[in-house]
Design a protein around this ligand. Structure first.
Ligand code: UFG
Length: 329
């Protein structure tokens, strides 16, 4: 167990997953420092000491690290859209890989060795085994997934010569919002299924498109492992405490080990909101694997992670409450 008041620096700490983790860290008594460019998403509420910075500004990042001397860095800041990564690959390599290298270089200069990396199930591409274990082959099918594999390789090689201690958390489909209603997804142009469906239910978007109904799944639509953002925030804290006490490197899937199809999500959104919105079936979206479900044996065994919000209905309810609140402002 790490000491209370351990200083933790979060890049992207004002973003969706970062802001929820910052809140939970604060509740656990940690001292939180945030570096965030506030692009493209932002929370109106920050937990921690905030620096508005882009990771491309290497010298300024170095200054913050020198001044704050955090014991560990949680690296959330990244671009996250699969379709955008296909359209603008260089932007993704430059930000997700290039700026991570700059961050690691600044950490080396200051002597900070502990690192938690926000990786993704996108590293697996179309997995041969479902649920997919961490040992599966890494064969991403889009540039976004490639960037995550590249950073994981850098970390693995640095760790081999003790230049870093790290935990890489491979997120599956992160969804939901702070059950206390303070935080939630803040994307300006959301591409994710649950948020888009809720915006359709709210009348902000005219209809929901289902991208592909001819996948090799029981109802023909893609299956995903949706994980509540608060359970993911908890996984970060457990990973951090493990790393700080054991200094052992880990790669862990973060998912519940069960999946829902796009049609199942749509019907649950209709049930939760009570709105029977318009749905149009269209062609496949490039870069979508048919099924992604986590084998979460490892994170449960090693970190003793016990999800508290494992219900699709609750995930959707929390996000719906958050969405409705955005209208009031
Ligand atoms: N979908 C629709 N209509 C929409 C939005 C999404 O049918 O309006 C479908 C997608 O085609 C996909 C499923 O809903 O089959 C889930 O899509 P999301 O965009 O919500 O999430 P992704 O599975 O594409 O993305 C997630 C993570 C990424 C990660 C990726 C791995 O958010 O970080 O899984 O494939 F890279």
């Amino acid at each position: 167990m790490a000491n209370l008041k351990t200083k933790v620096l979060l890049t992207g700490g004002a973003g969706y997953i970062g802001s929820h983790t910052a809140k939970l860290l604060t509740k656990h008594g940690y001292e939180v420092i945030i570096i965030d460019s506030l692009f493209p998403s932002q929370s109106k509420k920050f937990y921690g000491n905030f620096y508005k910075l882009d990771l491309a500004e290497e010298e300024k990042v170095l200054e913050v690290l020198r001044k704050e001397k955090p014991e560990i860095v949680l690296h959330f800041a990244a671009f996250i859209s699969v379709p955008e990564s296909i359209e603008k690959p260089f932007l993704y390599y430059e930000n997700n890989v290039g700026n991570t290298i700059k961050l690691l270089s600044a950490m080396k200069k200051v002597g900070i060795k502990n690192f938690i990396f926000s990786s993704s199930a996108a590293v697996y591409g179309i997995p041969d085994i479902i649920p997919v274990p961490e040992t599966a082959e890494l064969k991403p099918i889009n540039p976004y997934g490639e960037t995550k594999v590249m950073v994981e390789k850098i970390l693995r090689d640095m760790a081999r010569v003790k230049e870093i201690n790290y935990v890489s958390l491979r997120y599956f489909n992160v969804a939901g919002a702070d059950p206390e209603g303070e935080l939630g997804p803040t994307y300006k142009q959301p591409t994710h299924l649950i948020i888009r469906a809720l915006k359709v239910a709210k009348g902000e978007i005219p209809y929901l498109e289902i991208y592909g109904t001819d996948y090799p799944t029981p109802d023909g639509t893609c299956i995903r492992d949706y994980i509540h953002v608060m359970d993911l925030a908890e996984a970060h804290i457990l990973a951090m405490e493990y790393l700080l006490s054991k200094r052992e490197n880990l790669v862990l899937n973060c998912g519940y080990g069960r999946g829902f199809s796009v049609r199942e999500v749509v019907s649950t959104v209709k049930k939760v909101t009570g709105v029977d919105f318009k749905v149009i079936e269209t062609s496949r979206r490039p870069g979508d694997p048919p099924i992604l479900i986590a084998d979460n044996t490892k994170i449960k065994e090693i970190l003793k992670w016990r999800p508290k919000y494992n219900s699709l209905e609750d995930i959707i309810k929390d996000t719906w409450q958050w969405e409705l609140k955005q209208n009031e402002n």
